[in-house]
Design a protein around this ligand. Structure first.
Ligand SMILES: Cc1cc2nc3c(=O)[nH]c(=O)nc-3n(C[C@H](O)[C@H](O)[C@H](O)COP(=O)(O)OP(=O)(O)OC[C@H]3O[C@@H](n4cnc5c(N)ncnc54)[C@H](O)[C@@H]3O)c2cc1C
Length: 422
């Protein structure tokens, strides 16, 4: 079945099937105020649903520094030549004009949970009744020996959307004939579990066409990875002999890089590389740490409404949250945002709150029309967001199934971006 926008949104609405008791608003200053930090998959969605469904009863402010959000989702397809960079960019005009969201293009630099205010880089302060954080990820300093954020131009991470992805693509295209592309893959947990391996597939796809004697090395601190059998089957079928994946059993976790010399050393063996994609260990976006709602890495949340364990008036969505079984994906963040919007609106206006239900699917493209997927549904338990049931593409599937899976992913991309920004 092709997943189109209507089906995508309809299934989310259907997930909110029954009612629970309304909460009470305690508010001494007119309309309740919600501040959302981060205008990505979690933040744009929660802001939109809060504003749309409350029909003006809640003041919603969305703080996001960039005027155009470039999705990480489908950024690998840009690397592979299947999408243009402009296909990935989305703006906030409709959220402001259609839903009345106060969109502020600035960085949030501090959160004072006692006075319930957010400070912006520009100096102004935003008071809130409820605060939602969806700031994505930051990198753990010193996670890869020899690499720091100062080296991101020589060895891009391309794990935040936009210019980093363009830089990595330019470096791949500039590789000399027969050159070497290296990736340092991240340890769990990290944003988009299949992302590094879809990226390898897409880099292999462009190299096969433009530079067929080039080589790809992956140094991986893990001994297994998402959709591994599917990717390895695809690499063998489409890119035979090109990809050398070195897992932790073979020293893949014992890695250092030298961005000046453009070398990578894996388990003591140094290799000169022509392009190097370093994806370090990750943690919650820095503002979550500054708000004091993380455990040092991620922000533990309650599954029923995504409120933090540290503060019932502060919610964390998406990659920054530590919620249980859901992978860190755009689909997950969007799904969590709808649950959170419903719960926050209920808490502030007394509207009906529905039981939390979540879903996720991660599609990956291995080669032209060779799409695979993995997904699951989830529910809220007292401890966590818990997996209910799941599915995964099979190895050896016929080409019509794989093509249909790819087309489904295109429908999903159109649906989620319209759901976030339309
Ligand atoms: C290569 C790659 C491929 C991927 N493919 C897929 C896919 O196919 N499907 C899928 O579902 N997911 C995919 N993902 C994962 C997906 O991009 C993330 O999981 C998703 O974007 C998480 O949403 P979020 O709201 O947590 O963070 P983001 O979408 O990253 O949004 C965070 C926003 O917060 C803003 N921000 C950060 N700090 C501050 C601050 N202090 N003040 C104000 N704003 C701030 C940032 O500018 C950013 O816009 C992929 C990721 C990568 C890297």
């Amino acid at each position: 079945m092709k997943l189109n926008r209507r089906i995508f949104m309809g299934s989310s609405a259907a997930a909110m099937a029954s009612l629970s008791s309304p909460a009470v608003l305690a508010d001494g200053h007119g309309k309740p105020r919600v501040v959302v930090i981060g205008g990505g998959a979690g933040g744009a969605t929660v802001a939109k649903y809060l504003a749309k469904d409350s029909k003006g009863e809640i003041d919603v402010t969305l703080v996001e520094p960039t005027r155009t959000y470039f999705t990480c989702f489908f950024s690998n397809l840009y690397l592979g030549g299947f999408k243009d960079i402009d296909d990935l960019g989305h703006t906030y005009g409709t959220l402001a004009a259609k839903y009345g969201i106060n969109v502020v293009h600035d960085w949030a630099v501090n959160v004072d949970r006692d006075s319930k205010t957010v400070t912006l880089a520009g100096g102004s302060k935003l008071p809130y009744d409820k605060l939602v954080l969806s700031p994505g990820i930051d990198f753990v300093e010193g996670a890869v020996e020899g690499w720091s954020i100062a080296a991101q131009n020589a060895m891009p991470h391309a794990y935040k959307g936009g210019s980093q992805t363009e830089l990595l693509k330019a470096q791949v295209m500039a590789m000399p004939e027969g050159g070497t592309f290296a990736m340092v893959a991240p340890p769990n947990p990290y944003r988009c579990p299949p992302g590094p391996y879809e990226r390898i597939s897409m880099v292999a796809h462009v190299l096969k066409a433009n530079n067929p004697t080039a080589k790809i090395i992956v140094a991986d601190p893990k001994d297994k990875f998402s959709k591994q059998a599917l990717f390895q089957e695809g690499w063998a079928n489409h890119y035979a002999g090109m990809v050398d994946w070195i897992g932790s059993d073979f020293g893949g976790g014992n890695v250092s890089v030298d961005p000046n010399a453009m070398t990578i050393t894996i388990d003591g063996e140094e290799t000169k590389v022509d392009a190097c994609n370093v994806i370090p260990a990750m943690k919650a976006g820095r503002i979550a740490e500054l708000a004091g709602v993380t455990d040092g890495n991620w922000a533990p949340v309650n599954a029923a409404d995504m409120s933090t364990k540290a503060d019932a008036d502060v919610y964390v969505l998406g990659d920054s949250s530590q919620q249980g079984d859901m992978p860190k994906s755009g689909f997950s963040a969007n799904s969590q945002a709808k649950v959170c919007a419903n719960a926050v609106r209920g808490a502030l206006t007394g509207s009906k709150v529905f039981p939390a239900k979540f879903s996720n699917t991660c599609w990956s493209l291995i080669d032209t029309d060779d799409g695979v997927k993995v997904g699951a549904t989830y529910e809220a338990t007292d401890e966590k967001i818990a997996k209910v049931d799941g599915f995964i593409s099979a190895t050896g599937e016929d080409s019509a199934t794989r093509k249909a899976t790819y087309e489904e992913s295109e429908g999903w991309y159109a649906g989620i971006t319209a759901d976030m920004f339309g």
